[in-house]
Design a protein around this ligand. Sequence first.
Ligand SMILES: Cc1cc2nc3c(=O)[nH]c(=O)nc-3n(C[C@H](O)[C@H](O)[C@H](O)COP(=O)(O)O)c2cc1C
Length: 416
Amino acid sequence: MLPPSMQTPLFGKRVLVGVGGSIAAYRACDVVRRLRELGAIVRVAPTRAAAAFVTPMTFEALSGMTCLGGVLDVAHGRIPHVEEAHASDLVLVCAATADLMAKMAHGLADEALLATLLAFPGPVVVAPAMESHMWSHAATQANVATLRSRGVHLVGPVEGVLASGRSGAGRMAPVDDLVEAAAWAVCDKDLAGTQLVITAGPTVEDLDPVRFLSNRSSGRMGLALAVQAARRGAQVSLVHGPLRIAVPAVPGLTPIAVRSAAEMHEETTKRAARSDAAILCAAVADARPRTLAKTKLKKSKGELTRVELVPTRDILADLGAARKKKKAKRPVLVGFAAETGEVLAYARGKLAHKGCDLICANDVGEAGSGFDVDTNRMLLVWPTEERWLPHASKDEVAWHILDEVKALVARTTRRR
Ligand SMILES: Cc1cc2nc3c(=O)[nH]c(=O)nc-3n(C[C@H](O)[C@H](O)[C@H](O)COP(=O)(O)O)c2cc1C
């Protein structure tokens, strides 16, 4: 069993939430609440202007901690911004005003938040919020470039309705995106420099304008792999079929939405060529209707009982064959097998037949494993060994699988 910190990266992490004088300051309240729900220890550092928008009392009630006060509020001989800089794992500035970013870029320290930022060596995430002309102004953009060049991670702003009632770029990013960025920022980046293509979810094979063939895959396992990999610093292309769950905005994670097996084949193959590993977790349809009817098939004419199916192209087998032809070690190929019994035998067969490095197999007939549930019991099968992973959440299973992918990628690096 992994420690909880690996399942929810923010668990036990100390986050300083800096808030600037923006209408969006009220949304920082929600950020504080969400971070605490995920197990973070949160303290808020409002600027003097922020306190005119949301009272420190509100932030203190939501965080359960006193706010970081003025920069000269020294109590009991302790210097708050220095203590805070040492204690924090992450500083998340939301909402970041044009003024705050200018001061950060130029190293000013006339607020406790700014002084803490100067004394803080860890990750900083900034969510700007302002009118669109303030955002696009050359001064703001120059400050943004300076902050980025120092490793500050910016989230948003996004297009939308602004406080003035006008629309444009400058609205603070959604709270979900800020929380995801915070989770990403506190994770160890042991997969930095690794390029992955991951497939997830079902594919949909259209029959006529209203009907299709598909399967019960929710996409949760592939999504867990993609999210965990991006949090660990990998650049991830997630090629996914229609999902019932939203793809979170994790830095480094690029979703590519497809529908059919043919589209998934094309998008995956294209990206696999420049990836260190391809992890094929999607439940790709094995067959599709030979023809796509332009008008609705008629039951009364018997058209539905005469549907002819043809096989789809096998993405894993094609990638395996291409790699063999080039006598290359990359990309590392990881396949998934959803079976209903004789899991090991089928997994071994698939591993050999498709020419891949690792098969992650599970018995989807087993309770708490496979489609539409949050947990999985996986059997990992390599050419010369196999190992059951403990029955665990899909996040935790993803973590173990990525450890194995990392080892396989490292092995191919050494051999090159
Ligand atoms: C109603 C109102 C809303 C404001 N909203 C923003 C905003 O969203 N973004 C921004 O950069 N400045 C905004 N300002 C201006 C800032 O409050 C002002 O620049 C202030 O000095 C920022 O201080 P701080 O950066 O120390 O928090 C707003 C001002 C008012 C009066």
